[in-house]
Design a protein around this ligand. Structure first.
Ligand code: PAF
Length: 322
């Protein structure tokens, strides 16, 4: 007959593993995209810091809905984490729209310095009042135009072009000023709309054009780099509020590691993406600096509105970052 041992029972109870908390992470692109790379790096970093305290369930390819719905899920506490583009985030913190002004950020080095510095930190902090916790700025790269109509070399080539844009008023105003017919649309609808001919064109960075296999639905790629596209790594305030200080520090480190992974993916897509897209059948042209200047000049009117909306002082502050 076994003897009852209260001390052993007590010890066994405390040796039981505590339940890991599940983090549902939703993002718009496939697992083998810069979003997938960032999400994996985040998970690995958190596991290295905190062991099995958290488990991850990934919902790539808009598996939890479009970026707007996922962000609303974070606000409600039904989704714990996402990586989302600045285009959508502009609808939650309008000041972020300044980064979507065409030709404002000069190159990736400039963009990264702005986002990693004071201006970037100030903007991340604004998400607290929008019911979201923004951890770090990730990256997509400079956006380019893809089309089924013609290669784009001058604003005249955009005349009446039904081009899908993000739901970003700054981008919509720019394409309208260039003579196009901008059609804002959530990402999950874009491939179908291109297939059905409801739109002729779209614009995204090489990281997206490659990972979303846009060569299957678009003939022409114009490398115009009209605007830098950032992303943010965000968690729900409900999750953030439940963390202790050591866990918060581990989440911040994981977000920084996710950014490194995303930037590496974007650098690789910028180096090797064009050849891959040509091999997949796309016809590619790259705007010369003189051709780009013509686009920049055609945006004089929206630039006045951008200055009125975001303040010339902020735009000058961004331009002054070396
Ligand atoms: O074009 C967009 O909506 C975004 O760049 C995308 C593809 C959803 C990635 O955030």
């Amino acid at each position: 007959m076994k003897h009852f041992c209260p001390v052993a029972l007590f010890c066994a109870a405390f040796a039981l593993p505590s339940f890991a908390q599940e983090i549902k992470i939703g993002y718009a692109l496939a697992e083998d995209s810069h979003y997938g790379a960032g999400a994996r790096a985040f998970e690995e970093s958190l596991k290295a810091s905190l062991g099995d305290q958290f488990t991850f369930r990934h919902f790539p390819s808009s598996g939890l809905g479009g970026e707007r719905e996922v962000l609303e899920g974070l606000q409600l506490g039904t989704v714990e984490m996402t990586i989302a583009s600045d285009g959508t985030l502009t609808n939650f913190v309008p000041e972020v729209g300044v980064l979507g002004i065409p030709f404002l950020l000069r190159d990736k080095a400039h963009a990264r310095t702005v986002l990693d510095g004071e201006i970037g930190k100030e903007m991340l902090a604004k998400f607290d009042d929008a019911g979201l916790k923004a951890l770090a700025w990730g990256e997509q790269g400079f956006r380019h135009i893809t089309s089924n109509r013609d290669p784009v070399e001058a604003p005249a080539d955009l005349a009446g072009l039904k081009i899908r844009t993000m739901e970003n008023p700054v981008h919509i105003a720019a394409f309208r000023a260039l003579g196009a017919a901008p059609t804002p649309m959530a990402w999950p609808e874009v491939i179908g709309a291109l297939q059905q001919g409801a739109i002729d064109a779209q614009e995204n960075p090489l990281s997206v054009i490659v990972s979303a296999k846009l060569a299957e639905v678009q003939k022409y790629l114009t490398l115009d780099g009209h605007v830098y596209s950032s992303t943010i790594v965000l968690v729900s305030p409900a999750l953030w509020g439940s963390l202790d200080d050591a866990q918060k520090a581990a989440f911040e480190k994981a977000a920084a590691d996710a950014v490194v992974a995303m930037r590496a993916y974007v650098d690789d897509a910028d180096t090797n993406g064009v050849e891959a897209l040509k091999a997949a059948g796309m016809q590619v042209n790259e705007l010369t600096p003189e051709q780009k200047a013509v686009f920049r000049e055609a945006l004089a009117e929206p630039y006045k509105d951008y200055e009125a909306q975001f303040g010339k002082a902020l735009m000058d502050r961004i331009l002054a970052v070396e």
